[in-house]
Design a binder for this molecule. Sequence first.
Ligand code: NCD
Length: 308
Amino acid sequence: MKSLIDILDLTVEELDELIATAEDIIANPAKYAQACHGLKLASLFFEPSTRTRMSFEAAMYELGGNVISVTGAGTSSAAKGESVADTAKTVSCYTDIIAIRHPKEGAAYVTAKNATIPVINAGDGGHCHPTQTLADLLTIWREKGRFDHLTIGVCGDLKFGRTVHSLINAMSRYEGNKFVLISPEELKVPSYVKKDVLQQKGIPYVQTTDLESVMPELDILYMTRVQRERFFNEEDYLRLKDSYILTVDKLKTAKKDLAILHPLPRVNEISVAVDDDPRACYFKQVLNGKYMREALILKLLKEAGKIQ
Ligand code: NCD
């Protein structure tokens, strides 16, 4: 695997290896402090980001490497009309690995086709977001100790929420998992996830609009933000944005060992009072994302022959 465009580019064995590396980085950070000495990460973010961009950059610095970044389409030659392909060829001349976030589905794939260095998809439009899934997986692993036989509730914008698409793809590969898809009618998972993943693999799932009625069944509750930037009109966004708000009260019927995840940013989906509940894992998830990105950068640079 030269690049990570889709979470399924990684086998389950490779995911296990990344988790083992991340755990080792957590236990022995000094061992990795010079691992990427002399190498550069290109951090190309053509869409807003706090966690993903900063965690990639922090990851590269913690590995002893350096970072060159573009933030916002307006500050690079993309604003002059340069194609993604030409940007990829150019950036390959200056750096050793690329992390790219772009509003267009497929942009990371085009980058990987044209770059001569490894490319990591840091989110392509409403399509997928594999490194968020790496953060989610390490969190699930650390909280639950397993990836199988879990009832996973995903709640909110399942249509445009790219993190949800990648998470469903990843968790569908483990035995005994069941999905509870909680969304307004208009924001159900796209058919390329429902038909091509869940139905094709015979994974049990239910679709509902009602979070409270399914709460007692869940082992994991993955909340998401309604993706304002992907809506065609503001009225629909305003009508749907507060469809689900997780409160302390609504958690009364939940399992004692529920793990509450959210890729963040949060808008209104989780009341801040929930942050004090020991089941709230979303800030641990933020930190886990940095460790998994370190593990991924190491793996790709090793495979590219840039480090030992
Ligand atoms: C997510 C994204 O960009 O898709 N954020 C993130 O990377 N942690 C989720 C979101 O923006 O709602």
